[in-house]
Design a protein around this ligand. Structure first.
Ligand code: FMN
Length: 334
């Protein structure tokens, strides 16, 4: 399948694995790239630029296909060593970077000078247009249903994607709620050039997370996510659990006067406990509504092959049958 995104990234299928904290390690990124998609290592999860450089090397040893690095710009009192991470990416020769969070403008000259293709993840049309204007090569458009940070506009993908298609000139990828061949065909129909998946890729054999996390996604329905941190304008969609219930209770009690310190026990540094040790009530972890569409734990290759096969048969069978309507002679139609 050829789209502007497969051409831009040099991949076989327009399927990307978005950066994910404590999930985006070399094992998953390499598996996605080897299966014909684009795998992405999450920079900040590695803890330091030197560790990121090592993780990139590990990934290279596992795949000779293109893969990328996610660099998330967070609002932080003590920001991570972003110049160091950018240097590690450039020095490693990685050719694709997914930026997310704040505007990446400050870092674009260094990345573009190194010939790196930059995909910026946005949750609105206005941020997508800004990304296009400052020279990003593509955007990943994250709808309200997405796992992680959907922004503050709450526009679902059935509206957001065609709006993006109407406005953008650069290619874009549909992100949030994508799970199967139906998602891919729908995303292409709405004007996207491919799909980005987070939650779906966690429930795979190769995802380097505790089995409890995968089982929690399989067990969850589309009703089981919650939005947290809205009063801090840092909204995150997470899977409901005891930690999230505690957090929401604090939000109800403290209202808009709440501070990050009030909820730190439920959100700060909880990912290792959840992702590595499988302590599922330790706190809030990102998960999309798409959990309702996830019922198994295939290998990454099985998943990607299945998505492509399903997409092909939707186009040839279901949509093919509908297109027979177009063959009705005009006189008969009249
Ligand atoms: C557990 C988890 C952690 C995530 N961490 C990050 C992150 O560190 N940086 C980032 O840009 N996006 C992060 N995301 C968002 C994903 O890259 C992707 O945009 C999102 O999951 C798409 O929605 P979906 O889960 O419905 O597929 C995370 C998502 C999940 C589920």
């Amino acid at each position: 399948m050829r789209t502007r995104i497969t051409e831009l990234l040099g991949i076989d299928y327009p399927i990307i694995q978005g950066g994910m904290h404590y999930v985006g390690f070399a094992e998953l990124a390499a598996a996605v790239s080897n299966a014909g998609g684009l795998g992405i290592i999450t920079a900040l999860t590695q803890g330091s630029p030197a560790n990121l450089a090592r993780e990139i090397e590990r990934c290279r040893a596992m795949t000779d296909r293109p893969f990328g690095v996610n660099l998330t710009f967070l609002p932080a009192v003590n920001p991570p060593d972003y110049p160091g991470y950018v240097r590690a990416i450039v020095d490693s020769g990685v050719q694709i970077v997914e930026t997310a969070g704040n505007n990446p403008q400050k870092w674009l000259p260094a990345l573009k000078e190194a010939g790196i293709t930059v995909i910026h993840k946005c949750t609105s049309v206005r941020h997508s247009l800004k990304a296009e204007a400052i020279g990003c090569d593509a955007v990943s458009v994250d709808g309200f249903e997405c796992g992680g940070h959907p922004g503050e506009d709450d526009i679902p993908n059935f509206i957001l994607l065609p709006r993006a298609a109407d406005e953008l000139k650069i290619p874009f990828i549909a992100s949030g709620g994508m799970a199967d061949g139906r998602s891919l065909v729908a995303a292409l129909a709405l004007g996207a050039d491919g799909i980005n998946m987070g939650t779906r890729f966690i429930a795979t054999v190769e995802a380097p997370v505790h089995e409890n996390v995968k089982q929690a996604i399989v067990a969850a329905s589309e009703l089981d996510t919650r939005l947290v941190m809205r009063p801090l304008r840092n909204t995150e969609r997470v899977l409901v659990n005891a930690g999230v219930r505690r957090l929401l209770e604090k939000e109800r009690a403290l209202g808009y006067g709440i501070t990050f310190q009030d909820i730190a026990p439920e959100v700060a540094g909880v990912y290792p406990a959840i992702m590595k040790r499988g302590e599922m009530d330790a706190g809030a972890w990102s998960c999309g509504m798409v959990a309702g569409l996830i019922n198994d734990i295939p290998t990454v290759k099985e998943l990607i092959d299945r998505i492509m096969q399903e997409a092909r048969s939707i186009v040839s069978d279901r949509l093919g049958r509908l297109s027979a309507l177009l063959d009705v002679p005009e006189t008969a139609a009249a």
